[in-house]
Design a protein around this ligand. Sequence first.
Ligand code: ADP
Ligand code: MG
Ligand code: ZN
Length: 477
Amino acid sequence: MPAYEAVIGLEVHVQLATSSKLFCSCPTTFGKPANTNVCEVCSGMPGALPVPNRQAVHYAVLVGLATNCIINRHSIFARKNYFYPDLPSGYQISQFDVPICEHGFLEIAADGSRKKIGITRIHMENDAGKNIHLQGENLSYVDLNRAGTPLVEIVSEPDMRSASEAVAYLKALYGIVTYLGVCDGNMEEGSFRCDANVSIRPVGTTSFGTRTELKNVNSFRNVQHAIEYEIARQQDVLEDGETVIQETRLYDAVKNITTSMRSKEEAHDYRYFPDPDILPVEISEEELVSWRAELPELPQSRGARFAAMTGLPEAEVEVLVQSRGLADYFEKAAARADAKKVANMVLGPLLRECNTRGISPSNPTAWAMKPEALAELVTLVNDGVISAKIANDIFSDLFDAGVMPADYVKEKGLVQISDSAALEASIDEILASNPDEVAAYRGGKTKLISFFVGQVMRATKGKANPSLVNKLLLQKL
Ligand code: ADP
Ligand code: MG
Ligand code: ZN
């Protein structure tokens, strides 16, 4: 039995965060009553004239620039003809021969090494509406609110060789579009969704096997599982002496399986042709220059900079840069206190608080606790004003109240006792009331030191400076 390797290419649909649709002025707001964000253009009435949304063009170019693509300053919208009830015009407006961006790449780190994944093309297109099949009713509804929403489709080369590489690529892409602010990144609402093309071939061969396409896998975890399942399924098929059929398959996250949905259409089935109603998209040299100048620092370079600032390993830095909001928050705090300690405060107590409250860490501007407060808390611990334990204990209160930590600890009387005279009295008392332990310690059970430290901490309600307690105890014992 030969060993197989997987070949994976991804098609990612990114919903652009414009306020209006791609070819009309209807709003793109999610969750409105059915068919309220609809006009004659996006409902496909004959004779209605689509006009491209310049903001969508701008956003598509930003994605292309951030993924090392060539930008075609002249590109064309084409009709992709097919029938589906949620597509009343009978065609999707997409790009075919000349997409807006092509020949790019992304660098990923996965399975312990770095590699480049080619990006074949990025084209603009409009989304379809939604068919709604209500349970228990023997009919279906069509909601056209989403119809005409601007998308870019980012098509990769078949360069990935494992589910982990596919997920790393997808996360890199997700980081880029959310940092650019061209996508709201809401995967549950379908703003960022992925079709995975998977085939396998015997290791050492160069031609590709027949692929299947896994549709709309809507979380990173599901992408990982769907691809792993599909690789194993195709191996079983080949090992049984059968052949893989080119088809579209659906991933069922509950059962963790893929099932056949339909056999795959070929491009010629769509009879693409240039849309006669829409002028080619032209981008001037000046526009391109000014859009390039807008590119923010992207997650990868920001991560490298944070790693240098904090000395933390890549996996932890990745958490810090996972959203632009959190990275900005960290960076503001790190400008005012020890960067590594700020990072640990973010990665520990801060993310814990987000987690217990079920809030996303990507939107810190909404929090009561400002980065200045986090920095001040770090400094209070650093200067020995409060212990790390107290900082941890009061974090939740600070996060909710948004008060400055220095004021808070003063008001609550939490300032650490770093005065030897004050501590000595308490230590003497504890030694006097635990004569057996003192004798055992002096007889060689030096591990008992932590017992004494614990007693002092209890007596001082956690406010004693632990290193000072240690020092004094050693002197007295
Ligand atoms: P379509 O538009 O019909 O889905 P494309 O030729 O645009 O087809 O390819 C779509 C995706 O499939 C691309 O991401 C490409 O890298 C990937 N792909 C093509 N051939 C294979 C293959 N044999 N195995 C895995 N992925 C493939
Ligand atoms: Mg496809
Ligand atoms: Zn409309």
